[in-house]
Design a protein around this ligand. Structure first.
Ligand code: KDG
Ligand code: MG
Length: 455
């Protein structure tokens, strides 16, 4: 083999390094490898460049931020999702003003390099706004790569490892029997796994419920002005007394077959979290989610010392490194990062590979406040990794599907994608214009004495 087929010759190496030193892209076709710096370009594919990055902010039912990346190949584009609930415009601005100019002229096939460049290359790394923007770009690039290859993204990730992604939905109610009815309805629809949340007596607006339980006493503290966040009330005492009784009720009425999950939404302190995990043991949850704030990773050790309830954590994490200690110390059983907030498929693959080595499974975040491209990305990763656990999902309303068509489908307890090239989602830019952004916030929470509580 000649030295030229082993890698770039000195002349081309200099060309390459000087291009990068000048902040230029690893330009396709500029090296003797003939293909984008990292390796030879597949035969028959011409060099490709990013020509435009469009950021589309729209509110079909709720706010979404879409990223559409256009390329030098006529008609070839990718669509990603960069929605960050309640901070949509911050991400849109980061994309438009800071990130899009860095992408024009780059080779969209160099997904890993672009991820590294936007994440590590920017000095101000990580954080939800930055990593949601990176995720939007990353998803659009995988979409382009899939379309160019004529393959669904899961094929590019190594192909199928399973028939579909076991899915869970949400069931909630104002009392135990309402939750029980909601679980029944979910099971009748085909779900094998259901997350159960109940309104806590005396607490107005419990996370995960419809929030009917707002008392007169509390009403004064709820923001009256439209478009400002509501304030919910949280007290650990009533919460800790109610939740184990909910699951005792559900097991009594529903038996052991249905898999039950519960989301604590980062509300508890370490010893209360350990108590809840311990007291839920008899009801054999599939997992107990987000017991502690993301800052308190070391406190998971305390929970593990007291309980065998399986634990899930991670929807507020923004990078692989946030996940490291929980995975490598086996302090959790399911890692549930949000692909839309950790940098997309490129980051999720790294998290999944790390987790595989420590027998931790995936349970990527899948709420309504991330768009269909991220839900599609979840499934492409789920069905191609070996250590998939479970997938949270939602059914999008028709108005959302009009603007963002495509996406995974639910059948018999599983989510799946078809064999459409790329991610299998799109954006209808004309339809998007009909639904202008509306300012909206997540709720906040306070204790009875008025002090701030994690929501
Ligand atoms: O934007 C915040 C929501 O995505 C979050 O509250 C949903 O915790 C959540 C979940 O598990 O779906
Ligand atoms: Mg959650």
């Amino acid at each position: 083999m000649s030295k030229h087929t082993n890698g770039p010759g000195r002349r081309n190496f200099l060309k390459l390094t000087s291009a990068v030193a000048l902040g230029g892209p690893l330009v396709a076709g500029e090296t003797e490898m003939g293909g984008g710096g990292a390796g030879p370009r597949p035969r028959g594919l011409s060099p490709l460049k990013i020509t435009d990055v469009r950021v589309i902010v729209t509110c079909p039912g709720r706010n979404y931020v879409l990223v559409k990346i256009l390329t030098s190949e006529p008609g070839l584009y990718g669509v990603g999702d960069a929605t960050l609930n309640g901070r949509e415009l911050a991400v849109a601005t980061a994309l438009e003003k800071h990130i899009a100019p860095l992408l024009i002229g780059r080779d969209p096939e160099q997904i890993e390099d672009i991820y590294q460049y936007l994440y590590r290359g920017s000095y101000w790394r990580s954080g939800p706004v930055q990593m949601t923007a990176v995720a939007g770009v990353d998803l659009a690039l995988w979409d382009i790569k899939g379309k160019r290859a004529g393959m669904p993204v899961y094929q590019l990730l190594g192909g199928r490892t399973r028939i579909g992604a076991l899915a869970y939905t949400h069931a909630s109610g104002n009392d135990f029997s309402e939750v029980e009815d909601a679980v029944h309805r979910a099971v009748a629809r085909g779900f094998k796994c259901v997350r159960a949340q109940v309104a806590i007596p005396g607490m107005e607006g419990t996370y995960g419920t419809s929030g009917k339980q707002r008392s007169e006493e509390h009403a004064g503290r709820v923001a009256q002005q439209a478009g400002l966040p509501e304030t919910e009330l949280f007290e650990p005492g009533p919460y800790l007394r109610t939740v184990p009784k909910l699951f005792e009720h559900l097991r009594l009425k529903l038996g052991d077959e249905v898999e039950l999950l519960h989301d604590t939404h980062e509300k508890l302190g370490p010893i209360d979290a350990a108590r809840l995990a311990h007291e839920l043991e008899p009801y054999h949850l599939f997992f107990l989610e987000d017991l502690l704030r993301p800052e308190h990773k070391e406190s998971f050790r305390l929970i593990r010392q007291h309980s065998t309830t399986p634990l899930a954590m991670g929807e507020l994490f923004n990078s692989l490194w946030d996940c490291v200690p929980l995975i490598t110390e086996q302090l959790i059983d399911y890692i549930r990062c949000d692909l839309g907030h950790i940098g997309g498929i490129t980051a999720a693959r790294k998290v999944a590979a790390l987790a595989e080595a420590f027998q931790v499974k995936s349970a990527w975040h899948g709420p309504a406040d991330i768009g269909p491209p991220t839900h599609a990305a979840n499934i492409h990763v789920d069905i191609s990794i070996p250590n998939f656990g479970v997938q949270e999902m939602v059914f999008f309303p028709d108005v959302t599907r009009e603007v963002i068509p495509g996406g995974p489908v639910f059948k018999d307890g599983y989510m799946n994608v078809d064999d459409a090239p790329g991610l299998g989602t799109d954006v209808n830019e004309e339809a998007a214009k009909k639904y202008a952004y509306q300012r909206a916030y997540l709720p906040t929470a306070r204790r009875k004495d008025g002090s701030v509580q994690d929501w």
